[in-house]
Design a protein around this ligand. Structure first.
Ligand code: PMP
Length: 440
């Protein structure tokens, strides 16, 4: 994507920082870490263990090339790179890894780092960065906007924050919710952030188009909230129309300003979920606070997994990562097609769903009974389906405030055709039983 020509206004984020985060103090040791790289300085600073005592001689990775044919080749990590991989490092991420990711963000989203004041910080998965950002932007009692249903880890985190009951629904009527706020919530401050999963929402699998994103961006400026763009499934898009641009990419064009979008990317779905790597792309002030929090809480993300990824990605190049992601998306598209066919074979007449254009979930709604009564999927899934030999997630797991749901989330990431067929066959049996009993 091309870097935008017009230089946007950069939002001053100071008024948005929580009282809690303003009290955070920097780590006396870690804040000096970057100074060790000052030319001519001799450092006796950190309590870094001597790598000569570590029992590793080298790490050899056997990796696949994304272009052209997944040929396998070896990458060896030794010498100074091995020392760095096994050692404490800079809190926000290995500098050359962070630089690689910042260049990747510019390439993919067209955002210029120099004029738009954003940075990348690496974390232990995007979940680590999400929870830290919530702490930075949300005060006790603040209202927040979330989609309903919402990703349960985020929902779980909100439950930890003492926010009140104001999980609003991101639907076409988001504008109505915000405009009616003074009447519906007299005396309460408007929501401070919107948490959204724009591509392949978890659990719904739904993807927001650019028109709707533009509307949400305009609302963010008008009603003064920050957008937390959790794009964990960004590279699992396989729709027929071009992938919608990100909020991060569109902000300058739509609002003439930048700084209201905080973006979360995850390597979990494209490189490995076990390596626990995610990255935040956010205004400098927010990155600084995330780093400050990390330095005090968990020091940093693993240097080893950062180095493995850096070596892999440097050997691929930015375009290689894009090519790899395209391959991953095509894999999930084929899985979706296979899975949906199995669902059609077994669930016809008792369930419906919208075909997802991204991600790894089918969000299935149990059909209402003949008198219009909706089936609650909770007991059906947690008790009956488990006994019947099939596991899915009941929609209630994604609903705020214990709301009921007639939906079921089924993941097709691992299932092959035989598993999908058997799972839906079993699910059909328990749905039929539940329907028969509910109709008595
Ligand atoms: N956001 C969403 C929407 C997710 O579905 C997940 C994990 N399934 C995460 C964030 C967390 O990802 P990570 O492994 O990068 O922490």
């Amino acid at each position: 994507m091309q870097i935008k020509q017009k230089i946007p206004q950069v939002l001053d984020l100071e008024p948005y920082i929580s009282e809690r985060a303003k009290l955070w103090k920097s780590s006396q040791i870690r804040s000096f870490f970057p100074l060790e790289h000052t030319p001519g300085v001799v450092s006796l600073l950190a309590g870094k263990p001597n790598p000569a005592t570590f029992p590793f001689e080298a790490i050899t990775l056997s990796v696949k090339s994304p272009i052209p044919d997944q040929a396998v080749y070896d990458i060896r990590i030794d010498g100074q790179d091995l020392d760095r991989a096994l050692q404490y490092g800079i809190t926000g991420g290995l500098p050359d890894f962070v630089k690689w990711l910042e260049e990747f963000q510019s390439l993919v989203h067209g955002n210029d780092k120099a004029t738009e004041n954003w940075q990348v910080v690496v974390g232990n998965g995007s979940q680590d960065l999400l929870t830290k950002t919530f702490q930075i932007l949300v005060n006790e009692g603040d209202a927040i906007l979330v989609e309903t249903p919402a990703f349960p880890c985020a929902e779980g985190y909100f439950n930890l924050l003492p926010t009140k009951e104001d999980a609003a629904i991101l639907a076409d009527h988001l504008r109505d919710v915000l405009e009616a706020w003074p009447q519906t919530h007299p005396g309460r401050k408007k929501p401070v952030v919107l948490y959204t999963v724009p591509i392949a929402g978890n659990p719904t699998g739904s993807t927001i188009d650019e028109q709707r994103k533009a509307e949400v961006l305009r609302l963010a400026k008008e009603h003064d909230f920050i957008i937390l763009e959790d794009d964990a499934y960004a590279y699992l898009y396989y729709g027929d129309s071009p992938k919608p641009r990100s909020y991060f990419s569109m902000e300058a064009e739509i609002n003439g300003e930048v700084g209201r979008v905080v973006r979360f990317d995850s390597f979990s779905k494209i490189l490995s979920s076990g390596m626990r790597l995610g990255f935040l792309t956010a205004p400098k002030r927010i990155c600084d606070l995330v780093v400050l929090n990390t330095a005090n809480v968990n020091l940093q993300c693993s240097s080893t997994t950062q180095m493995l990824s850096l070596k892999l990605l440097s050997s691929w190049g930015h375009k290689g990562l894009v090519a790899h992601c395209d391959r991953v998306a095509a894999f999930y598209k084929a899985k979706r097609d296979m899975f949906e066919k199995a669902a059609q074979r077994h669930l016809k007449g008792v369930a419906t769903w919208t075909t997802p254009v991204a991600g790894m979930f089918l969000y299935i709604e149990l059909a209402p009974l003949s008198d219009g009564t909706k089936l609650d999927s909770y007991a059906l899934i947690t008790e009956r389906a488990f006994k019947g030999g099939v596991l899915c997630v009941p929609g209630a797991a994604f609903m705020p405030r214990g709301m009921k749901s007639s939906f079921v989330r089924a993941s097709f990431s691992l299932a092959d055709e035989a598993v999908a067929d058997e799972a839906f066959r079993r699910l059909r049996i328990v749905i039929d039983e539940a329907r028969a009993e509910s109709s008595l």
